[in-house]
Design a protein around this ligand. Structure first.
Ligand code: 5AD
Ligand code: SF4
Length: 476
């Protein structure tokens, strides 16, 4: 703890919201032996942030618990991307408040995007939480807990232009010990008109490549065999040293991480169609351990809607990008995000989305109907004019078509053999193991004498829409 604080104080980055640097020892005494529970919602970045929060709290003397009934501090890391995500969190907060009735000393904190979006409203109007902390203020959490315990309003939702938590070693909460996430950047500068993220996570900033590579090396040394580099838009990763004499882009960063070990698989998410470069694709082709899989959100198949969404590309550009990916990486897995019923979307625009899906045949997709978010460009500029039943009907058509394509894509894999990293015991049977192939498809196979963390070659003899099923040919 002291080491960390010294380190932080050196860098003058433990300033709280009044700008005062706090001393660590008293905090540590107060918090020693206390238990915290943390629950995460939303994107992978939130799960990764919770591991940073866990690290900050452990440095302050807290211990993690998976049982919220025994926790002194209950935290929810929240998502604002759609209204439904916020409702889920509200229900959860209501549950925790019931427990708090019998245990008033239990502190409830809300972290992440909802904290940033709703700020003091949680404390002042709704009075359902004790602590509110935005995504760039996690270093001040121990101090805020202390304030809340004395009955003060504990809020810090300041966004930062340079916070990347680069020096904090995340406490791995996922526990499979084989696959881990590394956050490489924070925030987003894209301003897609439907999206609340630029407002809740602030400006884009890239973490220094040295700490990223170091984190990958440490994970590998602990037995991890796969890392996923995370950012809202990884292709715009750009780090420069202070003198601006040295810079690293995403392709170069990928290469550095891939060179940690040929036994360490590298994945990344999310890519933006307007920013992914040939350089990145060639780097993927060059390194066997960079997985041939790209999550490339299209959002809509209509150029007119893409323009209103402020996505920065047209339908044709997107199709051109897919063509290029398949030229350079012929067996690359491809997934996407699709929104139905965006402002002004006509039946014709919707048909454009379906035809783009037919043209690409994504292996997998995340599909949503449009949910207006207060404060976004779309909320200010356009009317949310597609009736909910129409949004839902279009969504179900999109889902139906995607199910057909996922099945088709998996059918193509029958008879093939894939290298799979064993991740865990199958949910359906303890006699089976499962893991992913290069293209990110889940593969299930009999356990035999194989173990989590090994690479195996699996011959596929059966498939469902979601899974490949087979037998191990030979251990690598
Ligand atoms: N409504 C519906 N879906 C949204 N997404 C982002 N904002 C919204 C919104 N307001 C979807 C996009 C994005 C994914 C993470 O969530 O498809 O890529
Ligand atoms: Fe939101 Fe667009 Fe940024 Fe993704 S790229 S986080 S959709 S603004």
């Amino acid at each position: 703890m002291e080491d960390l604080l010294l380190q932080l104080q050196d860098k003058k980055i433990v300033e709280d919201k009044q700008g005062e640097v706090y001393a660590g020892t008293s905090l540590m005494q107060n918090m020693e032996g206390k238990l915290f529970y943390i629950e995460s919602y939303g994107c992978q970045m939130n799960f990764s942030d919770s591991e940073i929060v866990a690290s900050i709290l452990e440095q302050s003397g807290y211990k993690v618990t998976t049982n919220y009934h025994e926790a002194d501090l209950v935290l929810i890391n929240t998502c604002s991307i759609r209204d439904k995500a916020e409702q889920t969190v509200r229900n959860r907060l209501a549950n925790f408040n019931l427990i708090k009735k019998d245990k008033p000393e239990m502190m409830i904190g809300v972290l992440g995007c909802m904290a940033e979006r709703l700020k003091k409203k949680f404390l002042e109007e709704e009075k359902i939480v004790d602590i509110v902390v935005g995504p760039d203020a996690y270093r001040t959490l121990p101090k805020l807990v202390e304030e809340a315990e004395t009955g003060q309003k504990a809020v810090n939702v300041l966004l930062s232009r340079d916070e990347t938590y680069a020096d904090i070693a995340p406490v791995r909460l996922d526990k499979n010990g084989v696959t881990g996430f590394i956050s490489i950047m924070r925030g987003c500068d894209n301003m897609c008109s439907f999206c609340v993220v630029p407002f809740t996570r602030g400006r884009e900033r890239s973490r220094d490549p040295f700490s990223i590579v170091q984190e990958a090396k440490e994970l590998f040394a602990k037995g991890y065999r796969e890392v996923t580099l995370l950012g809202q838009n990884v292709d715009s990763y750009k780090w420069k040293n202070e003198e601006e004499t040295q810079s690293v882009n995403f392709a170069q960063l990928l290469e550095r991480v891939a060179e940690v070990s040929p036994e360490l698989r590298v994945r990344f998410s999310t890519s933006h169609p307007k920013d992914i470069t040939d350089d990145v694709l060639f780097t993927m082709a060059k390194h066997e351990n960079i997985c041939n899989y790209i999550h490339l959100p299209v959002q809509s198949g209509s150029t007119e809607i893409l323009e209103k969404m402020n996505r920065g590309y047209s339908r044709e550009w997107y199709l051109g990008k897919v063509k290029r990916i398949r030229e350079i990486l012929p067996d690359c897995g491809l997934s996407t995000d699709i929104i139905t019923g965006f402002c002004g979307e006509t039946e014709e625009h919707h048909q454009d989305t379906l035809s783009l899906m037919e043209a690409v045949k994504f292996d997998m997709a995340y599909m949503f109907f449009y949910s207006e978010r207060p404060g976004t460009l779309a909320a200010r500029k356009y009317t949310d004019d597609v009736p909910e039943e129409v949004k839902r009907r279009r969504l179900s058509e999109v889902i139906q078509l995607q199910n057909k394509h996922s099945q088709w894509s998996n059918d193509q894999d029958k008879g093939k053999t894939f290298k799979v990293l064993v991740e865990k015991t199958s949910r359906k049977s303890t006699d089976d193991l499962c893991g992913r192939n290069d293209q990110n498809k889940m593969v299930v196979f009999p356990k035999s004498n194989h173990a989590v963390g090994e690479y195996v070659h699996v011959h596929i003899d059966n498939v469902t829409g979601a899974t490949l099923i087979g037998k191990v040919n030979a251990t690598v």
